[in-house]
Write a protein that binds this ligand. Structure first.
Ligand SMILES: CC(C)(COP(=O)(O)OP(=O)(O)OC[C@H]1O[C@@H](n2cnc3c(N)ncnc32)[C@H](O)[C@@H]1OP(=O)(O)O)[C@@H](O)C(=O)NCCC(=O)NCCS
Length: 379
């Protein structure tokens, strides 16, 4: 990545940020994101951009700025750099994130210029679940849409309060005030008994030769596992220690748990998961599944134990997203239902459409990819 300065007819310049821009960027983020800014700066920002281990040089940040004629920041677009394998080759890819243009500058092509700078400087550009304007800009710049990534949910017990909320939205306040209390309790009871997850699956262990252990750190065995399974995916963020350690153990505001499946002395797979906390809605999230997709026993053992763990901690539902059909099959088998999907876009210059074709059905993507699982996460 390199810096660039391009003045235009509004006196605007765009360039890549350098470490001395930090204070001005943090103040732009605080003004822009207001109530949620405290989750974005300074801890997450330092972790995600300034301390990102995959930067080619410490002299520039993976942040692109638009500045007015007085040198004030009026827009930004960032990339979260990650190591990626794509059709057998390694790249540094960038997840697009934190595109923001100051309201008084919108509609004048600032976002378009920022996106063009990001694309010019990033080998492979990736995006998940972007705003309609952003998607429009990315497709215009030559990016291509991947198959949508299904999001699954397992709902075990509906909180009476959540049902009340839904009813409140549907009925007039007066009428609902009279009907609600009894109706919501009844619905909650029906939902609890019909789910049946706890009774049917707690403690069940699909394969007795698999030992499940709580992991505390990533290391040699995880790298060996990745070397064995990487070939199952045509495209993936490389799940080796430098990435896993940074992404799951050093990310601020979130505490992830690691659950590992061992066969003897060999690590067969692991999942990364977490519980929510306010202001997030009550929900458990399985953000990563790393295993040979053909090893359905290991995948099932991991998922069942992770779900049980989340339920025991009081999560009324568990969410997961996966682009891997073999993982999705296990989720469906144990009772997860498809509830929505994430949009995914890839950009590799003029080769974007070819990349989509050549990698079809072969991506490893989930909730832990991109900056989808930042605190507080939606859903
Ligand atoms: C989204 C945002 C960055 C756009 O910035 P901007 O500088 O006004 O955008 P630009 O002027 O460069 O161009 C926007 C393009 O998107 C188009 N667009 C606007 N709304 C759109 C919509 N709902 N669907 C599709 N395209 C849309 C515009 O028409 C324009 O394209 P055109 O020139 O071909 O007509 C800005 O509105 C913003 O900061 N919003 C709040 C934060 C946010 O939503 N960020 C995106 C996170 S993914």
């Amino acid at each position: 990545m390199t810096g660039q300065a391009l003045p235009d007819q509004h006196g605007l310049t765009t360039r890549q940020a350098v470490p001395s821009d930090r204070a001005a960027i943090l103040s732009f983020v605080e003004r822009s994101y207001q109530r949620i800014a405290r989750w974005r700066v300074p801890d997450r920002w330092d972790w995600q951009f300034a301390q990102n281990p995959f930067r080619a040089s410490p002299d520039v940040l993976p942040v692109f700025l638009a500045l007015d004629s007085a040198g004030r920041i009026v827009g930004q677009s960032c990339v979260m750099l990650v190591p990626m394998q794509l059709l057998g080759r390694s790249h540094t890819a960038g997840w697009g994130c934190d595109l923001f243009v100051a309201p008084e500058w919108r509609g004048r092509g600032v976002a378009r210029r920022l996106q063009a700078s990001v694309h010019a400087a990033t080998e492979v550009h990736l995006s998940l679940n972007m705003a309609a304007e952003t998607r429009h800009l990315k497709l215009e710049l030559g990016d291509a849409l991947l198959d949508p990534i299904p999001v699954y949910e397992l709902t075990v017990r509906y909180e009476a309060s959540a049902i009340r909320q839904v009813l409140e939205q549907r009925f007039s306040a007066l009428r609902a005030g009279y009907l609600m209390s009894g109706t919501s309790k009844l619905l909650a009871a029906i939902a609890s008994t019909s789910a049946g997850w706890k009774q049917s699956r707690r403690g069940r262990h699909p394969d007795p030769s698999i030992r499940l252990l709580e992991g505390k750190e990533f290391g040699r065995e995880h790298d060996e596992l990745w070397s064995r399974v990487a070939g199952s995916f045509r495209s993936a963020i490389e799940r080796r220690t430098p990435y896993l350690d940074w992404k799951y153990l050093r990310q601020p505001h979130l505490t992830y748990r690691i659950l590992e499946a061992w066969r003897g002395e060999v690590l067969a797979g692991f999942v990364v998961f977490r519980t929510s906390r306010a202001p997030e809605a009550a929900c458990g999230r399985i953000v990563d599944v790393v295993a040979d997709p053909r090893d359905q026993e290991a995948v099932a053992a991991l998922i069942v134990r992770a779900v049980n763990s989340l339920l025991e901690e009081g999560c009324p539902r568990v969410r997961v997203a996966t682009s891997v059909s073999a993982f999705a099959a296990v989720f469906e088998r144990v009772g997860f239902r498809r509830v929505e999907e994430m949009t995914a876009v890839v950009g590799k210059g003029e080769a974007s459409a070819e990349v989509v074709k050549a990698t079809e059905g072969g991506w490893l993507l989930g909730m832990g990819d991109g900056d989808w699982d930042q605190f507080p996460a939606p859903g």
